[in-house]
Design a protein around this ligand. Structure first.
Ligand SMILES: [Cu+2]
Length: 302
Protein backbone atom coordinates (compact mmCIF):
# COMPACT_ATOMS: atom_id res chain seq x y z
CA UNK A 1 0.00 0.00 0.00
CA UNK A 2 1.49 3.33 -0.97
CA UNK A 3 1.50 6.38 1.28
CA UNK A 4 -1.40 8.10 -0.41
CA UNK A 5 -3.55 5.01 -0.14
CA UNK A 6 -2.59 4.60 3.46
CA UNK A 7 -3.54 8.21 4.18
CA UNK A 8 -6.84 7.69 2.40
CA UNK A 9 -7.49 4.55 4.38
CA UNK A 10 -6.51 6.35 7.56
CA UNK A 11 -8.85 9.26 6.95
CA UNK A 12 -11.58 6.90 5.83
CA UNK A 13 -11.14 5.06 9.10
CA UNK A 14 -11.37 8.30 11.01
CA UNK A 15 -14.42 9.32 9.04
CA UNK A 16 -16.04 6.05 9.99
CA UNK A 17 -14.97 6.52 13.58
CA UNK A 18 -16.49 9.96 13.78
CA UNK A 19 -19.40 9.19 11.49
CA UNK A 20 -18.40 11.93 9.09
CA UNK A 21 -17.94 12.41 5.43
CA UNK A 22 -14.25 13.16 5.24
CA UNK A 23 -12.02 12.67 2.31
CA UNK A 24 -8.79 13.34 0.57
CA UNK A 25 -8.08 12.56 -3.02
CA UNK A 26 -6.02 9.59 -3.96
CA UNK A 27 -2.93 11.60 -4.71
CA UNK A 28 -0.41 10.19 -7.12
CA UNK A 29 2.66 12.17 -6.15
CA UNK A 30 4.18 14.84 -4.01
CA UNK A 31 5.67 18.26 -4.38
CA UNK A 32 4.23 21.66 -5.16
CA UNK A 33 2.82 22.38 -8.59
CA UNK A 34 4.73 24.73 -10.84
CA UNK A 35 3.61 28.31 -10.53
CA UNK A 36 3.20 30.86 -13.27
CA UNK A 37 6.34 32.97 -13.64
CA UNK A 38 4.62 36.23 -12.88
CA UNK A 39 1.53 37.63 -11.27
CA UNK A 40 1.85 40.91 -13.16
CA UNK A 41 -1.24 42.12 -14.87
CA UNK A 42 -0.58 42.28 -18.59
CA UNK A 43 -0.71 45.83 -19.87
CA UNK A 44 -0.27 47.34 -16.41
CA UNK A 45 3.38 48.18 -16.03
CA UNK A 46 2.90 51.79 -14.94
CA UNK A 47 0.35 51.39 -12.18
CA UNK A 48 0.99 52.77 -8.72
CA UNK A 49 2.32 50.25 -6.19
CA UNK A 50 -0.41 48.14 -4.74
CA UNK A 51 -2.89 49.34 -7.26
CA UNK A 52 -4.94 46.93 -9.27
CA UNK A 53 -7.77 47.27 -11.70
CA UNK A 54 -8.83 43.67 -11.40
CA UNK A 55 -12.54 43.51 -10.83
CA UNK A 56 -11.92 40.59 -8.48
CA UNK A 57 -9.89 42.83 -6.19
CA UNK A 58 -12.93 45.00 -5.52
CA UNK A 59 -14.35 42.13 -3.59
CA UNK A 60 -12.06 40.15 -1.30
CA UNK A 61 -12.43 36.38 -1.46
CA UNK A 62 -14.26 34.89 1.49
CA UNK A 63 -12.77 33.18 4.50
CA UNK A 64 -9.80 35.51 5.01
CA UNK A 65 -11.42 37.49 7.78
CA UNK A 66 -12.84 36.50 11.16
CA UNK A 67 -15.04 39.57 11.07
CA UNK A 68 -16.69 41.17 8.08
CA UNK A 69 -19.68 43.46 7.44
CA UNK A 70 -20.34 43.57 11.18
CA UNK A 71 -20.51 39.80 11.60
CA UNK A 72 -17.94 37.87 13.64
CA UNK A 73 -17.17 34.17 13.85
CA UNK A 74 -16.58 33.30 17.49
CA UNK A 75 -15.15 29.81 18.07
CA UNK A 76 -15.70 28.71 21.65
CA UNK A 77 -12.48 26.74 22.03
CA UNK A 78 -9.98 27.07 19.19
CA UNK A 79 -7.44 24.80 20.95
CA UNK A 80 -8.00 21.09 20.35
CA UNK A 81 -5.98 17.88 20.30
CA UNK A 82 -5.30 16.02 17.08
CA UNK A 83 -6.93 12.61 16.83
CA UNK A 84 -9.38 13.21 19.66
CA UNK A 85 -13.10 13.63 19.03
CA UNK A 86 -13.81 17.35 18.90
CA UNK A 87 -17.09 19.05 19.53
CA UNK A 88 -16.66 22.23 17.56
CA UNK A 89 -18.84 24.97 19.01
CA UNK A 90 -19.15 28.51 17.69
CA UNK A 91 -21.46 31.46 17.26
CA UNK A 92 -21.98 34.10 14.64
CA UNK A 93 -22.14 37.47 16.36
CA UNK A 94 -23.95 40.40 14.79
CA UNK A 95 -23.10 44.10 14.98
CA UNK A 96 -24.82 44.30 18.37
CA UNK A 97 -22.48 41.61 19.73
CA UNK A 98 -25.35 39.17 20.12
CA UNK A 99 -25.53 35.79 18.38
CA UNK A 100 -27.32 35.75 15.05
CA UNK A 101 -30.32 33.44 15.29
CA UNK A 102 -32.04 33.90 11.93
CA UNK A 103 -30.52 32.71 8.65
CA UNK A 104 -31.49 32.29 5.03
CA UNK A 105 -30.95 28.86 3.57
CA UNK A 106 -28.33 28.43 0.86
CA UNK A 107 -27.84 25.03 -0.73
CA UNK A 108 -30.53 23.67 1.60
CA UNK A 109 -28.75 24.62 4.83
CA UNK A 110 -28.64 27.65 7.11
CA UNK A 111 -24.90 27.32 7.50
CA UNK A 112 -22.11 25.31 5.91
CA UNK A 113 -18.97 24.62 7.91
CA UNK A 114 -15.70 23.77 6.21
CA UNK A 115 -12.63 22.66 8.18
CA UNK A 116 -9.24 22.37 6.49
CA UNK A 117 -5.64 22.48 7.68
CA UNK A 118 -3.26 25.12 6.30
CA UNK A 119 -1.53 22.52 4.12
CA UNK A 120 -4.94 21.54 2.66
CA UNK A 121 -4.23 17.84 3.16
CA UNK A 122 -7.73 17.08 4.48
CA UNK A 123 -11.16 18.58 4.19
CA UNK A 124 -14.46 18.36 6.01
CA UNK A 125 -17.80 19.80 5.02
CA UNK A 126 -20.14 19.76 8.01
CA UNK A 127 -23.63 20.91 8.81
CA UNK A 128 -23.66 21.87 12.46
CA UNK A 129 -26.65 21.72 14.75
CA UNK A 130 -28.17 25.00 15.81
CA UNK A 131 -29.32 25.71 19.37
CA UNK A 132 -31.87 28.39 20.17
CA UNK A 133 -29.29 30.47 22.05
CA UNK A 134 -27.33 30.97 18.82
CA UNK A 135 -24.68 28.30 19.36
CA UNK A 136 -23.72 26.02 16.50
CA UNK A 137 -22.05 22.69 17.22
CA UNK A 138 -20.62 19.87 15.14
CA UNK A 139 -18.52 16.80 15.86
CA UNK A 140 -15.37 17.48 13.86
CA UNK A 141 -12.54 15.11 13.02
CA UNK A 142 -9.16 16.76 13.40
CA UNK A 143 -7.03 13.85 12.19
CA UNK A 144 -3.58 15.40 12.39
CA UNK A 145 -1.83 18.15 14.28
CA UNK A 146 -1.85 21.47 12.54
CA UNK A 147 -3.17 24.94 12.09
CA UNK A 148 -6.67 24.59 10.73
CA UNK A 149 -9.04 27.10 9.25
CA UNK A 150 -12.72 26.91 10.10
CA UNK A 151 -15.03 28.50 7.52
CA UNK A 152 -18.64 29.44 8.20
CA UNK A 153 -20.56 30.05 4.97
CA UNK A 154 -23.98 31.56 5.64
CA UNK A 155 -26.48 34.28 4.81
CA UNK A 156 -28.04 36.18 7.71
CA UNK A 157 -31.80 36.67 7.40
CA UNK A 158 -32.50 39.87 5.53
CA UNK A 159 -28.96 40.23 4.14
CA UNK A 160 -28.57 40.96 0.45
CA UNK A 161 -25.79 38.42 0.05
CA UNK A 162 -24.04 35.72 1.99
CA UNK A 163 -20.59 35.77 3.48
CA UNK A 164 -17.88 33.39 4.57
CA UNK A 165 -15.99 34.06 7.78
CA UNK A 166 -12.82 32.18 8.69
CA UNK A 167 -11.19 31.52 12.05
CA UNK A 168 -8.11 29.61 13.18
CA UNK A 169 -8.28 26.29 14.97
CA UNK A 170 -5.10 24.92 16.57
CA UNK A 171 -4.70 21.16 16.87
CA UNK A 172 -1.94 20.06 19.23
CA UNK A 173 0.28 17.12 18.33
CA UNK A 174 3.29 16.28 16.24
CA UNK A 175 3.16 18.59 13.24
CA UNK A 176 3.96 17.12 9.83
CA UNK A 177 2.90 19.59 7.19
CA UNK A 178 2.94 18.19 3.66
CA UNK A 179 3.38 19.90 0.29
CA UNK A 180 0.31 20.06 -1.91
CA UNK A 181 -0.14 16.75 -3.69
CA UNK A 182 0.01 16.81 -7.46
CA UNK A 183 -3.22 15.12 -8.41
CA UNK A 184 -3.34 15.72 -12.13
CA UNK A 185 -6.75 15.76 -13.76
CA UNK A 186 -7.98 12.40 -12.54
CA UNK A 187 -8.55 11.32 -8.97
CA UNK A 188 -9.93 8.08 -7.63
CA UNK A 189 -11.91 8.00 -4.42
CA UNK A 190 -13.92 5.15 -2.91
CA UNK A 191 -13.84 3.27 -6.23
CA UNK A 192 -15.01 6.27 -8.27
CA UNK A 193 -12.90 7.98 -10.90
CA UNK A 194 -13.41 11.73 -11.15
CA UNK A 195 -11.96 13.70 -14.05
CA UNK A 196 -11.57 17.45 -13.98
CA UNK A 197 -12.11 19.57 -17.09
CA UNK A 198 -11.81 23.31 -17.61
CA UNK A 199 -9.44 25.82 -16.06
CA UNK A 200 -9.23 28.47 -13.42
CA UNK A 201 -8.17 31.73 -15.04
CA UNK A 202 -7.18 34.61 -12.75
CA UNK A 203 -9.74 37.40 -12.59
CA UNK A 204 -12.08 35.72 -15.02
CA UNK A 205 -15.13 33.62 -14.49
CA UNK A 206 -14.43 30.10 -15.68
CA UNK A 207 -16.27 26.83 -15.90
CA UNK A 208 -15.04 23.62 -14.33
CA UNK A 209 -16.52 20.24 -15.10
CA UNK A 210 -16.14 17.09 -13.06
CA UNK A 211 -17.05 13.76 -14.60
CA UNK A 212 -17.75 10.78 -12.41
CA UNK A 213 -17.35 7.18 -13.49
CA UNK A 214 -17.23 3.84 -11.77
CA UNK A 215 -15.81 0.57 -13.11
CA UNK A 216 -15.14 2.32 -16.42
CA UNK A 217 -18.77 3.42 -16.85
CA UNK A 218 -20.11 6.95 -16.55
CA UNK A 219 -22.28 7.44 -13.47
CA UNK A 220 -25.64 8.82 -14.59
CA UNK A 221 -27.66 8.43 -11.42
CA UNK A 222 -25.99 10.84 -9.04
CA UNK A 223 -28.24 11.93 -6.21
CA UNK A 224 -28.94 15.55 -5.34
CA UNK A 225 -26.70 16.79 -2.57
CA UNK A 226 -27.36 20.22 -1.08
CA UNK A 227 -29.72 21.10 -3.88
CA UNK A 228 -27.36 20.18 -6.70
CA UNK A 229 -25.64 17.15 -8.16
CA UNK A 230 -22.40 18.12 -6.52
CA UNK A 231 -20.92 20.65 -4.17
CA UNK A 232 -17.50 22.14 -4.87
CA UNK A 233 -15.31 24.05 -2.42
CA UNK A 234 -12.22 25.81 -3.79
CA UNK A 235 -9.46 27.06 -1.48
CA UNK A 236 -6.38 29.01 -2.53
CA UNK A 237 -3.09 27.50 -1.41
CA UNK A 238 -1.04 29.90 0.71
CA UNK A 239 -3.83 31.73 2.47
CA UNK A 240 -6.90 29.50 2.15
CA UNK A 241 -9.01 32.14 0.46
CA UNK A 242 -12.45 30.61 -0.01
CA UNK A 243 -13.91 30.94 -3.49
CA UNK A 244 -17.54 31.22 -4.27
CA UNK A 245 -18.60 28.46 -6.60
CA UNK A 246 -21.93 28.11 -8.36
CA UNK A 247 -23.23 24.74 -9.58
CA UNK A 248 -24.88 24.89 -13.00
CA UNK A 249 -25.73 21.27 -13.75
CA UNK A 250 -29.22 19.87 -14.14
CA UNK A 251 -28.43 16.27 -15.15
CA UNK A 252 -27.58 13.55 -12.60
CA UNK A 253 -24.14 12.90 -14.08
CA UNK A 254 -21.75 11.94 -15.32
CA UNK A 255 -20.70 15.58 -15.69
CA UNK A 256 -21.13 18.18 -12.96
CA UNK A 257 -20.45 21.80 -13.89
CA UNK A 258 -19.50 24.83 -11.81
CA UNK A 259 -18.54 28.42 -12.45
CA UNK A 260 -16.06 30.28 -10.30
CA UNK A 261 -13.41 32.97 -10.51
CA UNK A 262 -9.86 32.55 -9.26
CA UNK A 263 -8.88 35.85 -7.63
CA UNK A 264 -5.19 35.46 -8.51
CA UNK A 265 -2.69 33.16 -10.20
CA UNK A 266 -1.57 30.25 -8.07
CA UNK A 267 -2.49 26.82 -6.81
CA UNK A 268 -5.95 25.91 -5.62
CA UNK A 269 -7.38 22.86 -3.94
CA UNK A 270 -10.76 21.76 -5.18
CA UNK A 271 -12.92 19.50 -3.04
CA UNK A 272 -15.90 17.94 -4.78
CA UNK A 273 -18.65 16.36 -2.70
CA UNK A 274 -20.98 14.12 -4.68
CA UNK A 275 -23.64 11.67 -3.61
CA UNK A 276 -24.24 8.26 -5.12
CA UNK A 277 -26.10 5.28 -3.70
CA UNK A 278 -26.82 7.26 -0.53
CA UNK A 279 -23.19 7.95 0.29
CA UNK A 280 -21.33 11.25 -0.05
CA UNK A 281 -17.83 11.01 -1.50
CA UNK A 282 -15.16 13.68 -1.72
CA UNK A 283 -12.65 14.00 -4.55
CA UNK A 284 -9.77 16.46 -4.05
CA UNK A 285 -7.75 18.09 -6.83
CA UNK A 286 -4.79 20.43 -6.95
CA UNK A 287 -5.24 22.88 -9.83
CA UNK A 288 -2.85 25.61 -10.93
CA UNK A 289 -4.40 28.57 -12.70
CA UNK A 290 -4.10 28.79 -16.46
CA UNK A 291 -1.82 31.45 -17.97
CA UNK A 292 -3.00 34.97 -17.37
CA UNK A 293 -4.55 36.41 -20.51
CA UNK A 294 -1.89 38.39 -22.36
CA UNK A 295 -3.89 40.14 -25.04
CA UNK A 296 -4.81 43.68 -23.96
CA UNK A 297 -8.54 44.30 -23.91
CA UNK A 298 -10.46 47.54 -24.24
CA UNK A 299 -10.77 47.94 -20.49
CA UNK A 300 -7.00 47.82 -20.16
CA UNK A 301 -6.35 50.90 -22.26
CA UNK A 302 -5.80 54.11 -20.31
CU1 LIG B 1 -22.76 22.49 3.38
Amino acid sequence: MNTALRITAFTAGLAAAFGLALGVGNATGNGPSPRPATAAHAGHDTGAPGRTDDAAADHLPGGLQISERGYTLSVENPFVTAGAPTDLRFRILGTDGKPVTAYQQEHEKDLHLIVAPRDLSTFQHLHPTFAADGTWSAPAAVPAAGEYRVFADFTPAGAAEGLTLGADLHAAGELRPAPLPETGRTVTVDGYTVTLGGDLTPGRSGRLTLSVSKDGKPVTDLQPYLGAYGHLVALRAGDLAYLHVHPDTTAPGPEIGFTTTAPSPGDYRLFLDFKHQDTVHTAAFTLTTAAHPTEPTASHQH
